[in-house]
Design a protein around this ligand. Structure first.
Ligand code: AHR
Length: 504
C-alpha cells in the first residue's frame, strides 16, 4: 500500500443523496450519418440480418450495451430532412441530397424501420424523435406527430395504418430541432427566432398530443460565444411549454495535452451547472415554480480535429465518416463523463451517447463482416447495468494533479449508486497516468458487508484499442484485493483506470 497521503477518500451515507437516476440517462443516438444506419444497424443481405434487414449481431450488442432512449434521425441531418421521404413502400422512397454531411440519403430506412429496431432492442428502448426546425416548421412537425401518434381515422394517421403500422407509435419524447444556434446548421436561427418558433411548435404539438415531453435546443457547445445568453433568450419564450433544455459536448485530446484531456469532466460539470443556473434564473424572472431538467442529448469523445482516414467523395451513400477508434485513455475519459452525468442525476433527465454504431460509437461493424465492441462500450454497459437507483452524494478528498486547462484537478473522479435492494456500486476513475491510487470509502448506515467484485478497464498500453483485426484486445478485468471490513471499503485503482466496485 502507498503512503497514506496518496490516498483518496469519501464517505457514503444513504441519507445523503443526489437523486434518482432516470433510466434515460443511458440513452444513445442513431443519426443518418456515415454508416450509423446503413451497414450499421441496417444491412439487408448481411449474413446476420433478419427479415427486416436489421443486423442481429448489432442488436445483440445494443442490448448488452443497455441503451434506453434512442435519439433519431439527427443531429445535423434532421435540419434538412423530410420525414415523409422515409415512410411508405421502400421502392417509392426518393433519393435525396443530405446537405449536412454532403452524402446521398436513400431513405430505405425511416420511421417505421427505426421503430422496428427499437422494438427488437426490447421494452427499455424508447424513441426520442427530433423534428426539423431548420428548413421546416410548425406544420410539418404537427403532421409528423399526427402520423406517429394519432390512433387513426385522419389522413395522416390513416396513412401510417396503410403503411402497415396499425398501432400508433406513441412517441413521447421530442426534440424541437437540433443545434439551432450553430453556424453549420441548415436553417440556423438567432435565439429570438428559434425561441419563438420552438414555443409555437411546442404549443401546436401539445394541441395534438398533450402528453408529449419536449426538449428545447440549448447551445451546441459551452465554448460558443452565444452560450448562456442563447439559453436565457430561448427559455424566456419556451420555459412553460418545454420540459428539458439540451446540452451537447464532445471532448478530444488537443496538442498532446493528455492531462487536460483526462480532466474533461471538469468542463462538462461546469457546463451542466451553468445551464442549471440559467434555467433557474429564467424561472426566477418568470416567477415560475416549475424546474426544468436537462437533456444532455449528445456527449462523447470525438476527434474532430483529425482528418478522416477514409477518403470519400461528395454525395456518396453511407461513406465512412467519424469512425473514431477509441483507446483505453479515451475510455477512461468517457467513464468520467458518465460519472459526471450520474453526479448530476437530480437535474439530468435524458442523456444520449452520440452515437450508437460506427459513427463515434461504442459498436463498430464491417459491411458483410463482424461487429465488435470499442473500449468505450464497457464503461457505458457497466454504468447502464449497475447505475440504476439513487445517486449518493459523493464528496471525495483526493490528491490532485496540475492541468494546463483546468488548474488543479483531483486524481479521483467518483460517484456511487444505491440500488433498490440496498446494494451499492462505486464508479471511479483514477486520472493518474503513472501511479495507482488507493481508495478508502467509509460506509455509514449502508448495511453493506461484502465486495461483490471490482472490475477495471486499464492497460499497460494507454493507446490500446479494439479493431477488426483484434476485436478483444481491451476488455475489463477483475481486480483482486478490494476488501470491506469495519464499515470501510479499501481498494486500489490502477493507473489510468475506470473502475466499478460492487458492494452488497
Ligand atoms: O453527432 C455528430 C454531430 O454532432 C451531430 O449531427 C450534430 O448535432 C453535432 O454537431
Amino acid at each position: 500500500m502507498s503512503l497514506p497521503e496518496h490516498t483518496a477518500r469519501f464517505t457514503l451515507d444513504p441519507d445523503f443523496t443526489v437523486g434518482p437516476v432516470d433510466p434515460r440517462l443511458f440513452g444513445s443516438f442513431v443519426e443518418h450519418l456515415g454508416r450509423c444506419v446503413y451497414t450499421g444497424v441496417y444491412e439487408p443481405g448481411h449474413p446476420a440480418a433478419d427479415a427486416e434487414g436489421l443486423r442481429t449481431d448489432v442488436l445483440d450488442l445494443v442490448r448488452e450495451l443497455g441503451v434506453t432512449a434512442v435519439r433519431y434521425p439527427g443531429g445535423n441531418f434532421v435540419s434538412g430532412y423530410r420525414w415523409e421521404d422515409g415512410v411508405g413502400p421502400v421502392a417509392d422512397r426518393p433519393r435525396r441530397l443530405d446537405p449536412a454531411w454532403r452524402t446521398t440519403e436513400s431513405n430505405r430506412f425511416g420511421l417505421s424501420e427505426f421503430m422496428g429496431f427499437l422494438r427488437k432492442i426490447g421494452p427499455q428502448a424508447e424513441p426520442m424523435m427530433a423534428v426539423n426546425l431548420g428548413t421546416r416548421g410548425i406544420t410539418e412537425a404537427m403532421e409528423l406527430v399526427e402520423y406517429a401518434n394519432h390512433p387513426g381515422g385522419t389522413a395522416l394517421s390513416g396513412l401510417r395504418v396503410a403503411h402497415g403500422d396499425k398501432e400508433p407509435f406513441g412517441i413521447r419524447l421530442w426534440c424541437l430541432g437540433n443545434e439551432m444556434d450553430g453556424t453549420w446548421q441548415t436553417g440556423q436561427k438567432t435565439a429570438e427566432e428559434y425561441g419563438r418558433l420552438a414555443a409555437q411548435t411546442a404549443r401546436a404539438l401539445r394541441q395534438i398530443d398533450p402528453g408529449l415531453e419536449l426538449v428545447a435546443c440549448g447551445s451546441s457547445a459551452r465554448d460558443l460565444p452565444t452560450f448562456a445568453a442563447w439559453e436565457a433568450t430561448v427559455l424566456a419564450e419556451t420555459y412553460e411549454v418545454v420540459d428539458h433544455v439540451s446540452l451537447h459536448a464532445y471532448y478530444e485530446e488537443v496538442d498532446g495535452d493528455r492531462d487536460s484531456f483526462l480532466a474533461s469532466a471538469v468542463h462538462m460539470e461546469a457546463f451542466i451547472e451553468e445551464v442549471v443556473a440559467t434555467c433557474d434564473h429564467v424561472a426566477a424572472r418568470l416567477k415560475s415554480g416549475k424546474r426544468l431538467t436537462l437533456s444532455f442529448d449528445e456527449w462523447n469523445v470525438w476527434y474532430q480535429r483529425r482528418p478522416n482516414p477514409h477518403p470519400f467523395e461528395d454525395w456518396q451513400e453511407a461513406p465512412r465518416l467519424l469512425e473514431d477508434v477509441y483507446t483505453v485513455t479515451d475510455a477512461v475519459v468517457f467513464g468520467s463523463l458518465l460519472i459526471t452525468l450520474l453526479r448530476h442525476a437530480d437535474r439530468i433527465a435524458v442523456a444520449c451517447l452520440a452515437q450508437l454504431v460506427n459513427v463515434i460509437a461504442p459498436i463498430m461493424t464491417e459491411p458483410g463482416g463482424p461487429a465488435w465492441r470499442q473500449t468505450t462500450f464497457y464503461p457505458f454497459a457497466q454504468a447502464a447495468r449497475h447505475g440504476r437507483g439513487t445517486v449518493l452524494d459523493v464528496r471525495p478528498v483526493s490528491p490532485a494533479y496540475r492541468t494546463e486547462k483546468y488548474g488543479e484537478v483531483p486524481l479521483l473522479h467518483a460517484t456511487a449508486v444505491r440500488a433498490e435492494d440496498g446494494s451499492v456500486t462505486v464508479f471511479a476513475v483514477n486520472r493518474d497516468r503513472e501511479r495507482s491510487l488507493p481508495l478508502e470509502v467509509a460506509l455509514r448506515g449502508c448495511g453493506l458487508t461484502r465486495v461483490v467484485g471490482h472490475s477495471a478497464l486499464a492497460d499497460a498500453d494507454p493507446e490500446a484499442c479494439n479493431t477488426l483485426a483484434e476485436p478483444e484486445r481491451v476488455v475489463p478485468h477483475e481486480v483482486a484485493g478490494a476488501e470491506l471490513s469495519d464499515g470501510v471499503l479499501k481498494a486500489v485503482l490502477e493507473p489510468l483506470s475506470w473502475n466499478v466496485v460492487r458492494l452488497a
